[in-house]
Design a protein around this ligand. Structure first.
Ligand SMILES: Cc1cc2nc3c(=O)[nH]c(=O)nc-3n(C[C@H](O)[C@H](O)[C@H](O)COP(=O)(O)O)c2cc1C
Length: 321
């Protein structure tokens, strides 16, 4: 997710049990022109494998060229094509969700990228159901993408018009999954392990992609994993374990506390931390505390104070960090 799932956040998700990761999207032209920002966005460590790099653009030749450069330099496990970004900026360029109005171009991009990458790097795609309720294309397009050489498709069960609100249409995703040979991954509004269990046991859907829920609860992946393995809804992670993970994540991002080697500002870090404490009891007060945090020691002290007030302790059992 652009602006959120940087390399360290992805690592956090991986260590909490995510099977497959995808980078934030990068524009094909930025890759071709050697933009340091674009290339830094898609950096990953081997620990994050299997991982896909997501590309965004509207021109088949540029997308294929960028895919070839990325595959050659970084050797990702797959290259993912973005056919769903609803942002006005993306749509104005004719890319992202705008391609839902031009399925021929979408398929053309997929074909060009698949030909460029050949057998060595699989191509996947991520799309929405269509532009709006009057223009649903997913049933027609997914088989065409498969014919073009796409190995798996993630379907966000909303239209561009819906943006990120309203219910995702999971039945539509399951219908497509049942109709095609390639794996279909469900996305949109998945916030609980039960929902993934339902998809995996009752439908032809072969995977679930977690979006916003992971930003506040990166431990959701281990809950899902436990649920799929045992068939039972797991207990929610305790406060001590959550804090243990939060502190480890902050340590990974250590440079924010040192302005001289800073990649991100302390304000950036505080907003990430606020997301991670969302839903904890007393989270309003906790957020005020986070806004006063200046150093790693301040954060550790806040964790200790919070946990001792609630009669709990830092707990690394069940934590994977
Ligand atoms: C801030 C933000 C950034 C996103 N960036 C991307 C992106 O770079 N690539 C992509 O395929 N989807 C992106 N998405 C969409 C999510 O991957 C996902 O499809 C959408 O949020 C629906 O899933 P959810 O209900 O689980 O969040 C983004 C969503 C948000 C909220």
């Amino acid at each position: 997710m652009a602006g959120y799932t940087d390399t360290l956040f992805r690592l956090l998700c991986k260590r909490h049990g995510a099977d497959v990761l995808v980078t934030e999207f990068v524009m094909s032209d930025a890759i071709i022109h050697g933009s340091a920002n674009a290339w830094n966005t898609i950096v990953f460590s081997d620990e994050q494998r299997p991982i896909g790099v997501q590309l965004f653009g509207r021109d088949p030749a540029s997308m294929a060229h960028a895919a070839g450069l990325v595959a050659g330099r970084l050797r990702p496990d797959f290259v993912d094509l973005n056919f769903g970004c609803p942002a006005d900026r993306a749509v104005a360029q004719g890319a992202g969700a705008a391609l839902l109005l031009d399925p021929d171009r979408m398929v053309g991009i997929a074909k060009a990228v698949a030909m460029e990458l050949g057998d060595h790097t699989p191509v996947t795609a991520k799309m929405r159901l269509g532009w709006d309720a009057a223009h649903l294309v997913v049933d027609d397009v997914v088989p065409r993408l498969a014919d073009a050489g796409v190995s798996a498709v993630t379907i966000h069960g909303r239209t561009r018009e819906q943006g990120y609100s309203g219910e995702a249409d999971w039945d539509a995703i399951a219908r497509v999954a049942a109709a095609v040979e390639i794996p279909v991954v469900a996305n949109g509004n998945i916030t609980r392990s039960e929902q993934v269990h339902h998809f995996m046991t009752r439908t032809a859907v072969r995977g679930a992609m977690i979006g916003r829920a992971a930003l506040g609860e990166p431990w959701i992946f281990s809950s899902i994993r436990k649920h799929l393995e045992s068939g039972m809804t797991p207990e929610s992670p305790g406060l001590g374990m959550r804090w243990h993970s939060i502190l480890e994540y902050a340590r990974l991002q250590d440079s924010v506390f040192h302005p001289e080697k800073q990649d991100h500002s302390i304000g950036w870090m505080r907003s990430r931390l606020c997301r991670l404490v969302k839903g904890m009891p007393g989270s309003g007060e906790l957020r005020s505390g986070i806004h006063r945090v200046e150093t790693m020691e301040d954060l550790s002290a806040l964790a200790e104070e919070y946990l001792s007030f609630r009669g709990e302790r830092l707990d690394d059992r069940g934590s994977v960090l």
